[in-house]
Write a protein that binds this ligand. Structure first.
Ligand code: 5AD
Ligand code: SF4
Length: 461
């Protein structure tokens, strides 16, 4: 211990959760103590997301709160890391509460930045000026950092995220990711597999391979070109690895057959596909630069179901993209009805500075219309989720137990003396049941006795 304590708050996606885990582990190794609250912390780090304005607003309100705390404790250091750090750079550094701004490509420097700031009390900025032109050296530094610290997610025992690729080259017109996470780079298969082996050695049973467009994973070595299915095959051979997941998939034929076939053939590859469609209107899909039509998207789902009959599919949609008419929205409703998702994430379009949509298209769908379309689409999906969930009634499922249920639902076995636990099936269904807390991180069998659109309830067998 160097005597200093750090509290890290995470916003955003799985990529950010992974970065938070890497940073935590690096800081711990450097002698910092990790603490659960701002109150106990000498340093507060916020890992941030820029994907929607709302995500950024939440960070600003948290910074406002920290500004007040700093009035009483001026020696407290506040660092902003992640996507907002890269997007806003110096602007964020001007914030009264902020001492350090460090982009996603600079996280290997985090220990050095903290140590210097604690000693010298000066503000520091570490972001990449030309994020789309990252150098081989920067990639190597990130790779070294990533390989050294790949660790288990302490929040969910027995599980870990492993990055398959960084960045994105897709340039969907609404999306900030290519501008904050840089160009798409697939990691070497040997590095990914080595990391999974180490995780399995620590007791990790489930790994989730991450990439913005993870199904496009492609690594050329002198002897062959590796795709995601090759990573599945190698990871499946590792003792202790039971379940392999991957997110997020882009609707494209590229490697799709190989990935689905691996899912069908390997008991370890989970039968779950998260493949955002974003819209059901071909006109809007074109304006989004998505490169597929609604019909082509549905054909991909049909193929997935033909090869993996019990696959569960989840989607993402955006409502209120510039120019979205009532007819465009109706096409989205139609697509959701046809797609029969297990569940769907629905977002209101939010213009992101610097993206093509923001530069070229007016955010012309009123907020009220976005809100009502969001509610309508959720209602359509809820009916589908409810019906698909109900098919599980009376069935036995295998779950990987995550831990205590955060929101006790109080509708299973009320007179039991064990707490309510939460687990997930290979198809990513959330299952709530009573059982001993010691099951966290273990597999369990549960008989489903009640269902709701997003949760299955049951009894431990
Ligand atoms: N506004 C609203 N939602 C967005 N998403 C990405 N960019 C935006 C934006 N500018 C949504 C997409 C994506 C998910 C992670 O966030 O649906 O799949
Ligand atoms: Fe993740 Fe994208 Fe948000 Fe960054 S902007 S945290 S990559 S969702």
């Amino acid at each position: 211990m160097n005597g200093k304590t750090v509290h890290i708050k995470n916003y955003g996606c799985q990529m950010n959760k992974l970065d938070t885990a890497l940073v935590s582990s690096a800081l711990k190794k450097a002698g910092f103590g990790l603490v659960d609250s701002v109150k106990e912390a000498d340093v507060v780090l916020i890992n941030t997301c820029s994907v929607r304005r709302h995500a950024e607003q939440r960070v600003f309100s948290h910074l406002g709160h920290l500004k007040h705390i700093k009035k009483r404790r001026p020696e407290m250091i506040v660092g902003v890391i992640g996507c907002m750090a890269q997007r806003l750079g110096t602007e964020l550094l001007k914030h009264e509460a902020v001492d350090i701004v460090c982009g996603p490509a600079q996280i290997p420097q985090i220990t050095k930045l903290l140590t210097e700031t604690l000693q010298q009390k000066k503000k520091s900025l570490a972001v990449t000026e030309k994020i789309r032109k990252t150098t081989e050296k920067q990639n190597q530094t990130l790779e070294k950092f990533e390989s050294a610290y790949g660790i288990e997610d302490k929040q969910i025992p027995g599980q870990a995220f492993v990055r398959a690729m960084r960045g994105c080259n897709n340039f969907c017109t609404y999306c900030i990711v290519p501008f904050v996470r840089g160009p798409q780079v697939s990691r070497a298969p040997a590095a990914v597999i080595e990391q999974i082996k180490r995780l399995a050695g620590q007791g990790v049973k489930q790994v989730t391979l991450l990439g913005q467009r993870v199904n496009s994973y492609k690594y050329r070595s002198s002897e062959k070109t590796y795709c995601l299915a090759d990573l599945f095959e190698k990871a499946s051979d590792i003792e202790g690895v039971e379940w392999i997941r991957f997110v997020t998939s882009y609707p494209s034929e590229e490697f799709f057959d190989e990935i689905l076939q691996a899912m069908a053939d390997s008991p370890k590859v989970c039968n779950y596909l998260h493949m955002p469609a974003q819209s059901g209107s071909d006109r809007i899909l074109r304006a989004m630069n998505r490169n597929y039509t609604a019909e082509e998207y549905l054909q991909l789902l049909a193929k997935a179901r033909a090869i993996v009959p019990d696959i569960a599919i989840a989607g993402d949609f955006m409502v209120g993209f510039p120019g979205e008419t009532e007819a465009d929205f109706e096409a989205t409703v139609e697509l959701v009805k046809k797609a029969q998702y297990k569940n769907c994430f629905i977002f209101k379009y939010s213009p992101r500075p610097g993206t093509t949509a923001d530069k070229r298209l007016a955010d012309d769908v009123p907020l009220e219309v976005k809100k009502s379309r969001n509610i309508e689409l959720l209602a359509v999906q809820e009916k589908i989720s409810d019906r698909l969930s109900a098919e599980y009634l009376g069935k036995q499922v295998k779950v990987l137990v995550e831990g205590l249920s955060k929101k006790p639902h109080l509708n299973v076995a009320q007179n039991t003396d064990t707490p309510q636990l939460i687990g997930r099936t290979a198809t990513d269904h959330i299952v709530v049941f009573n059982g001993p807390e010691s099951l966290a991180g273990q597999f369990a069998k549960v008989k489903i006795t009640k269902t709701s659109p997003l949760t299955l309830f049951g009894e431990l067998i």
